[in-house]
Design a protein. Structure first.
Length: 202
Protein backbone atom coordinates (compact mmCIF):
# COMPACT_ATOMS: atom_id res chain seq x y z
CA UNK A 1 0.00 0.00 0.00
CA UNK A 2 1.28 3.52 -0.79
CA UNK A 3 -0.10 7.05 -0.57
CA UNK A 4 -0.87 8.57 -3.98
CA UNK A 5 -0.53 12.35 -3.86
CA UNK A 6 -2.55 12.82 -7.06
CA UNK A 7 -5.54 10.78 -5.88
CA UNK A 8 -5.13 12.00 -2.29
CA UNK A 9 -5.68 8.49 -0.99
CA UNK A 10 -3.93 5.22 -0.23
CA UNK A 11 -3.89 2.81 -3.15
CA UNK A 12 -2.72 -0.77 -3.53
CA UNK A 13 0.30 -1.25 -5.80
CA UNK A 14 0.85 -4.67 -7.35
CA UNK A 15 4.51 -5.58 -7.83
CA UNK A 16 5.58 -7.90 -10.61
CA UNK A 17 6.10 -11.35 -9.18
CA UNK A 18 8.53 -13.43 -11.18
CA UNK A 19 10.46 -16.08 -9.28
CA UNK A 20 12.83 -18.98 -9.75
CA UNK A 21 12.02 -22.23 -7.95
CA UNK A 22 15.12 -24.31 -7.44
CA UNK A 23 16.48 -27.05 -5.21
CA UNK A 24 18.60 -30.15 -5.41
CA UNK A 25 17.38 -33.26 -7.19
CA UNK A 26 14.59 -35.09 -5.37
CA UNK A 27 13.71 -32.10 -3.18
CA UNK A 28 10.14 -31.94 -4.49
CA UNK A 29 10.13 -29.25 -7.15
CA UNK A 30 7.63 -31.15 -9.32
CA UNK A 31 5.10 -31.48 -6.50
CA UNK A 32 5.63 -27.85 -5.50
CA UNK A 33 4.89 -26.77 -9.08
CA UNK A 34 1.54 -28.59 -9.00
CA UNK A 35 0.64 -26.60 -5.89
CA UNK A 36 1.81 -23.27 -7.29
CA UNK A 37 -0.24 -23.89 -10.44
CA UNK A 38 -3.30 -24.64 -8.31
CA UNK A 39 -2.71 -21.30 -6.58
CA UNK A 40 -2.77 -19.42 -9.89
CA UNK A 41 0.90 -19.23 -10.88
CA UNK A 42 2.17 -19.84 -14.41
CA UNK A 43 5.09 -22.27 -14.18
CA UNK A 44 7.71 -23.08 -16.81
CA UNK A 45 10.28 -25.81 -16.29
CA UNK A 46 13.82 -25.74 -17.69
CA UNK A 47 13.70 -29.50 -18.32
CA UNK A 48 10.60 -29.11 -20.50
CA UNK A 49 12.26 -26.33 -22.49
CA UNK A 50 15.31 -28.55 -23.00
CA UNK A 51 13.08 -31.36 -24.33
CA UNK A 52 11.68 -28.98 -26.93
CA UNK A 53 15.13 -27.65 -27.84
CA UNK A 54 16.33 -31.21 -28.43
CA UNK A 55 13.81 -31.46 -31.27
CA UNK A 56 15.45 -28.60 -33.20
CA UNK A 57 17.78 -29.64 -36.01
CA UNK A 58 20.56 -27.20 -35.13
CA UNK A 59 20.51 -28.24 -31.47
CA UNK A 60 20.64 -31.93 -32.44
CA UNK A 61 23.69 -31.27 -34.61
CA UNK A 62 25.50 -29.54 -31.77
CA UNK A 63 24.62 -32.21 -29.20
CA UNK A 64 25.83 -34.81 -31.69
CA UNK A 65 29.16 -32.99 -32.00
CA UNK A 66 29.60 -32.94 -28.22
CA UNK A 67 28.54 -36.53 -27.55
CA UNK A 68 27.64 -38.48 -30.73
CA UNK A 69 26.46 -41.62 -28.89
CA UNK A 70 23.56 -39.71 -27.34
CA UNK A 71 21.84 -38.98 -30.68
CA UNK A 72 20.10 -42.05 -32.08
CA UNK A 73 17.95 -41.90 -35.25
CA UNK A 74 17.72 -38.13 -35.04
CA UNK A 75 16.64 -38.09 -31.40
CA UNK A 76 18.54 -37.28 -28.21
CA UNK A 77 18.55 -40.26 -25.87
CA UNK A 78 18.16 -38.36 -22.61
CA UNK A 79 19.02 -41.33 -20.42
CA UNK A 80 22.32 -41.97 -22.18
CA UNK A 81 23.15 -38.28 -22.11
CA UNK A 82 22.32 -37.98 -18.40
CA UNK A 83 24.57 -40.92 -17.54
CA UNK A 84 27.41 -39.44 -19.55
CA UNK A 85 27.00 -35.98 -18.09
CA UNK A 86 27.35 -37.19 -14.51
CA UNK A 87 30.37 -39.38 -15.24
CA UNK A 88 32.27 -37.07 -17.59
CA UNK A 89 32.84 -33.50 -16.38
CA UNK A 90 34.17 -32.35 -19.76
CA UNK A 91 30.99 -33.45 -21.56
CA UNK A 92 28.85 -31.98 -18.79
CA UNK A 93 30.48 -28.56 -19.09
CA UNK A 94 30.17 -28.56 -22.87
CA UNK A 95 26.49 -29.53 -22.78
CA UNK A 96 25.66 -27.02 -20.04
CA UNK A 97 27.59 -24.18 -21.68
CA UNK A 98 25.69 -24.82 -24.90
CA UNK A 99 22.14 -25.60 -23.78
CA UNK A 100 21.63 -23.39 -20.73
CA UNK A 101 21.93 -20.04 -22.54
CA UNK A 102 19.33 -21.31 -25.03
CA UNK A 103 16.98 -22.12 -22.16
CA UNK A 104 17.45 -18.64 -20.70
CA UNK A 105 16.61 -17.08 -24.08
CA UNK A 106 13.33 -19.00 -24.10
CA UNK A 107 12.61 -17.94 -20.52
CA UNK A 108 13.13 -14.29 -21.42
CA UNK A 109 10.58 -14.66 -24.22
CA UNK A 110 8.10 -16.15 -21.75
CA UNK A 111 8.78 -13.34 -19.29
CA UNK A 112 7.60 -10.78 -21.83
CA UNK A 113 4.23 -12.54 -22.03
CA UNK A 114 3.62 -13.57 -18.41
CA UNK A 115 4.55 -10.53 -16.35
CA UNK A 116 2.98 -11.55 -13.06
CA UNK A 117 2.69 -14.67 -10.86
CA UNK A 118 5.33 -16.41 -12.93
CA UNK A 119 7.71 -19.13 -11.76
CA UNK A 120 10.65 -20.63 -13.63
CA UNK A 121 11.76 -24.05 -12.40
CA UNK A 122 15.50 -24.53 -12.73
CA UNK A 123 17.67 -27.30 -11.25
CA UNK A 124 20.91 -26.60 -9.41
CA UNK A 125 23.29 -25.48 -12.17
CA UNK A 126 26.64 -23.71 -12.43
CA UNK A 127 25.44 -20.90 -14.66
CA UNK A 128 23.80 -18.40 -12.32
CA UNK A 129 23.37 -15.51 -14.80
CA UNK A 130 19.58 -15.88 -15.05
CA UNK A 131 19.24 -16.18 -11.27
CA UNK A 132 20.79 -12.78 -10.60
CA UNK A 133 17.75 -10.78 -11.72
CA UNK A 134 15.09 -12.90 -10.00
CA UNK A 135 14.02 -13.78 -6.49
CA UNK A 136 14.71 -17.37 -5.53
CA UNK A 137 12.36 -19.82 -3.85
CA UNK A 138 14.51 -22.71 -2.63
CA UNK A 139 12.95 -26.07 -1.82
CA UNK A 140 15.04 -28.08 0.61
CA UNK A 141 14.84 -31.70 1.68
CA UNK A 142 16.85 -34.16 3.74
CA UNK A 143 19.38 -36.09 1.60
CA UNK A 144 18.22 -39.54 2.69
CA UNK A 145 14.61 -38.66 1.92
CA UNK A 146 15.67 -37.42 -1.51
CA UNK A 147 17.53 -40.66 -2.21
CA UNK A 148 14.44 -42.72 -1.36
CA UNK A 149 12.32 -40.60 -3.69
CA UNK A 150 14.85 -40.89 -6.51
CA UNK A 151 15.16 -44.66 -6.23
CA UNK A 152 11.47 -44.85 -7.15
CA UNK A 153 12.18 -43.12 -10.47
CA UNK A 154 12.73 -45.07 -13.64
CA UNK A 155 16.36 -45.47 -14.80
CA UNK A 156 17.85 -44.13 -11.56
CA UNK A 157 20.25 -46.26 -9.53
CA UNK A 158 22.09 -45.44 -6.33
CA UNK A 159 25.43 -44.78 -8.09
CA UNK A 160 23.91 -42.23 -10.43
CA UNK A 161 21.93 -40.65 -7.59
CA UNK A 162 25.05 -40.29 -5.43
CA UNK A 163 26.95 -38.80 -8.37
CA UNK A 164 24.24 -36.20 -9.07
CA UNK A 165 23.85 -35.29 -5.39
CA UNK A 166 27.62 -34.94 -4.96
CA UNK A 167 27.86 -32.64 -7.98
CA UNK A 168 24.89 -30.47 -7.05
CA UNK A 169 26.05 -30.17 -3.45
CA UNK A 170 29.39 -28.87 -4.69
CA UNK A 171 27.96 -26.13 -6.92
CA UNK A 172 24.86 -25.21 -4.90
CA UNK A 173 25.13 -21.52 -4.03
CA UNK A 174 21.41 -20.79 -4.19
CA UNK A 175 20.21 -21.87 -0.76
CA UNK A 176 22.40 -19.30 0.97
CA UNK A 177 21.20 -16.60 -1.42
CA UNK A 178 17.50 -17.32 -1.02
CA UNK A 179 15.19 -15.46 1.34
CA UNK A 180 12.43 -18.00 0.75
CA UNK A 181 13.22 -21.59 1.77
CA UNK A 182 10.61 -24.34 1.87
CA UNK A 183 11.48 -27.42 3.93
CA UNK A 184 9.95 -30.50 2.29
CA UNK A 185 10.48 -33.53 4.50
CA UNK A 186 6.90 -34.50 5.22
CA UNK A 187 3.58 -34.94 3.39
CA UNK A 188 2.16 -33.20 0.32
CA UNK A 189 -0.44 -31.48 2.48
CA UNK A 190 2.36 -30.16 4.69
CA UNK A 191 4.18 -28.91 1.60
CA UNK A 192 1.04 -27.11 0.42
CA UNK A 193 0.61 -25.44 3.82
CA UNK A 194 4.20 -24.20 3.74
CA UNK A 195 3.83 -22.85 0.21
CA UNK A 196 0.66 -20.97 1.20
CA UNK A 197 2.49 -19.47 4.16
CA UNK A 198 5.46 -18.40 2.06
CA UNK A 199 3.16 -16.66 -0.44
CA UNK A 200 2.49 -14.05 2.24
CA UNK A 201 6.14 -13.02 2.05
CA UNK A 202 6.67 -13.03 -1.71
Amino acid sequence: MIYNIYLNKIVKVFKLSVYILTGQIGSGKTEAVKIFKKLGFSCFCADEVVRELYKEKNVLLNINRIYPDSVINGTVNRELLRKKIFTDIEVMEKIENYIQPLVFIEFKKIEKIYKNKLIFIIPIINNSSFFKNHKIIYINSNEEIRKKRLLKRKNYNINMINSIIKYQKRIDKYKNNSKHIIENNSTLSDLEKKIKIILNYL
